[in-house]
Design a protein around this ligand. Structure first.
Ligand SMILES: Cc1ncc(C[n+]2csc(CCOP(=O)(O)OP(=O)(O)O)c2C)c(N)n1
Ligand code: SF4
Ligand SMILES: [Mg+2]
Length: 345
């Protein structure tokens, strides 16, 4: 008896999800980073992003290795520890038709890369910047990072006596225009946030709590699966309707906030507790500080601003890749040069 193969589901580009996959992971089984790679594959597939347009940028760490495990048809650059922001900025200035996805770790971002991180956020360069946050330097055997909570404990019994940096609060204060926190274990929320991130034009900063099963998943850790299950406090239910899909579900403006994005997609935030306005930066930072004080891990989209020009618009960059501009465009005329020389006299 012959069996008829079921046709593979394809996206709006006619590609199957297989065409968004990467190499086989070499990370530990159960590492949160692997789950984030899977969600990135799903989001890029469902949004119909052309893999060849994507530049996968990273620094150094287990997290920074992950671009090898998704979108093998995209371009990839594994840079120096903490230097992904400057390399990404250069690439996007040289060719603004690219789609930048940066993957970093809490060590890569919040220690050696902090200076570069802050300056990337204030420029509002179009990039999705992901921190795979496990509270430790996984690759170098589990030392505390700067996002580890005060009082959390290493397996060896060492207690962290320094307060954690909140990368979301820093990103909001610095100027990023789409900032949120999620958990690798929350499939629904993470996928909706990644899809909305794809639709945003500007800097997206997502801090994703991603447990390190080898060095930071024990009792006393505040980045473990168990701790997140008990302390994850979603600010709202996040859903997303891309511009190419019909809106089928109505929403009640009393309980749901609908944000229309640049490309006509809709980000919908259904309030769970009190009113929350993600366009209010002060409220966003205050909510984060209050949640820390209560010992909760607040998740959701904390801030969104669809009105701020991106760095590429501010610089008035040409639409086409700089390397393809003809000499007639990039070379000043003899008259223009004479004029400059005249002004220098
Ligand atoms: C310039 C430089 N300094 C230090 C290191 C050593 N080093 C490699 S990875 C790493 C930290 C990685 O931590 P994180 O970014 O949190 O990634 P994870 O492995 O936890 O995913 C450090 C300090 C290095 N490779 N290069
Ligand atoms: S050491 Fe930790 S962060 Fe690195 S791959 Fe293993 S579980 Fe993941
Ligand atoms: Mg880490």
């Amino acid at each position: 008896m012959s069996t008829v193969p079921t046709p593979q589901k394809t996206n709006r580009l006619g590609l199957s999800v297989m065409e968004y996959k990467g190499g086989k992971t070499t990370l530990c089984a159960g590492c949160g980073h692997n789950v984030i790679s899977e969600r990135i594959i799903d989001a890029m597939f469902e949004m119909g992003v052309k893999p060849e347009r994507v530049i996968k940028m990273s620094g150094i760490g287990c997290s920074s290795k992950t671009p090898a495990y998704f979108l093998s048809r995209a371009h990839s650059f594994n840079s120096v520890h903490g230097r992904m922001p400057s390399v990404t900025t250069g690439a996007m200035l040289a060719n603004r038709t690219l789609f930048a996805l940066g993957v970093s770790g809490d060590g890569d971002t919040a220690s050696i890369g902090m200076g570069q991180f802050i300056h990337l956020m204030r420029r509002n360069l179009p990039v999705i910047y992901i921190i795979e946050d496990n509270g430790v330097y996984g690759l170098t055997k589990g030392q505390f990072s700067a996002t580890a909570d005060i009082g959390s404990k290493l397996k060896t019994g060492v207690i962290n006596d320094l307060p954690a940096l909140d990368t979301c609060a820093l990103a909001i204060q610095s100027g990023a225009t789409f900032v949120g926190r999620s958990f690798s274990g929350d499939k629904r929320q993470l996928l909706a946030m990644l899809k909305a991130a794809v639709a945003h034009r500007g800097t997206v900063m997502l801090d994703i709590v991603s447990p390190c099963v080898t060095f930071n998943d024990h009792e006393g850790s505040t980045k473990s699966y168990d701790y997140m299950k008990e302390h994850d406090e979603p600010l709202h239910e996040v859903s997303f309707v891309p511009h190419f899909e019909e809106i089928t579900v109505e929403y009640d403006p009393g309980t749901t906030m609908d944000v229309t994005m640049h490309d006509g997609s809709h980000l919908r935030l259904r309030k769970l507790n009190e009113d929350y306005d993600p366009t209010d930066k002060v409220l966003a930072v205050r909510s984060l500080m209050e949640s820390h004080a209560k010992g909760e891990v607040l998740t959701g989209v904390f801030h969104i601003d669809t009105g701020k020009p991106s760095f590429l618009d501010l610089l008035n960059l040409a639409e086409q890749p700089l390397a393809t501009l003809p000499e007639s465009v990039v070379r000043p005329s003899r008259e223009a040069l004479d004029q400059v020389m005249e002004e220098l006299r």
